[in-house]
Design a protein around this ligand. Structure first.
Ligand code: COA
Length: 260
């Protein structure tokens, strides 16, 4: 698959998606949204990929958000419908069975932070800055930010960030739970890759069901979420890998997962 605005690489069960417009801080244009849509659509059914890492090309930005240059083009209804469809790539990310790790090195603003919010785990370099800055352009987040940010940091903090357009540093992002880890400057991708390798070595079906139980379960009332967990954990009792895990423990050796 040939992409225009992203790079894609997959090896050893880990796919790496790199937003690749470094001269504009990886600002997201139509081509990038189209590429991301195609890419995540493929990943939804790709059993060979166990974990996904998303990062930005260059040292300075994850993504500075929507390409503001496109804002000056007049909006006609057909283009508008098309770009709404492309925004929906973030919903595809939730349907991806693989855990998705954001490696945030530098700026993550607007749609860039919304992309990171659609990932499952966020690792930020110490010199990163993060914000939903749309209000300063007389718009509001349109890539899921008004919904995902409050679910991550709570209503008050999300409103504070969205209403002010504040650009917070990595230490503050860690403090409010917007990122899971802060690593030294320049090391976000390395840390994300290390975590991805750790996850890719887990039993594949258990890894997928663990994500599904948490991500889908959070969209359900508690009782239904518990039911979903019950169904998934019951199914996992039927896998060969479960038997292999128990045997490997008893035989004091490393398990050899089959993915079934
Ligand atoms: N869309 C389009 N181009 C962008 C961009 C964006 N979101 N963010 C940065 N760029 C471009 C700049 O216009 C500049 O292009 P030029 O070299 O042709 O002038 C280039 O990227 C470098 O950016 P610059 O502003 O010179 O770098 P900086 O290090 O001084 O500042 C930022 C970087 C990210 C702090 C600043 O560019 C910025 O605030 N960008 C807008 C972020 C934003 O509001 N995003 C939400 C959009 S909804």
């Amino acid at each position: 698959m040939k992409y225009e605005a992203i790079l894609y690489d997959a090896a050893d069960g880990v796919a790496t998606i790199t937003l690749n417009r470094p001269d504009v801080h990886n600002a997201m244009n139509e081509a990038m949204r189209r590429d991301l849509h195609t890419c995540f659509q493929g990943l939804v059914t790709d059993d060979a990929v166990r974990v996904v890492v998303v990062s930005g090309a260059g040292e300075r930005a994850f993504s500075a958000g929507a390409d503001i240059r496109e804002f000056t083009a007049p909006q006609v209804p057909t283009q508008f419908r098309e770009s709404r469809r492309r925004v929906e790539f973030r919903s595809l990310m939730e349907r991806c069975p693989q855990p998705i790790i954001a490696a945030i090195g530098g700026y993550a603003f607007g749609g860039g932070l919304e992309l990171a919010l659609a990932c499952d785990i966020r690792i930020a370099a110490a010199d990163s800055r993060l914000g939903l800055t749309e209000i300063d352009l007389a718009i509001i987040p349109g890539g899921g930010g008004t919904q995902r940010l409050p679910r991550v940091v709570g209503r008050g903090k999300a409103l504070e960030m969205i209403l002010t357009g504040a650009r917070i540093d990595a230490a503050e992002a860690l403090r409010i739970g917007l990122v899971e880890r802060v690593v030294p400057a320049g090391e976000a991708l390395k840390a994300a890759r290390e975590l991805a390798a750790t996850l890719a070595a887990k039993a594949p079906v258990a890894l997928r069901y663990a994500k599904e139980a948490v991500v889908k379960g959070l969209q359900l009332p508690l009782e239904d979420g518990i039911r979903l967990e019950g169904d998934l954990s019951t199914f996992l009792r039927t896998t060969e890998d479960r038997l292999e895990g128990a045997k490997a423990f008893l035989e004091k050796r490393k398990p050899r997962w089959q993915g079934r």
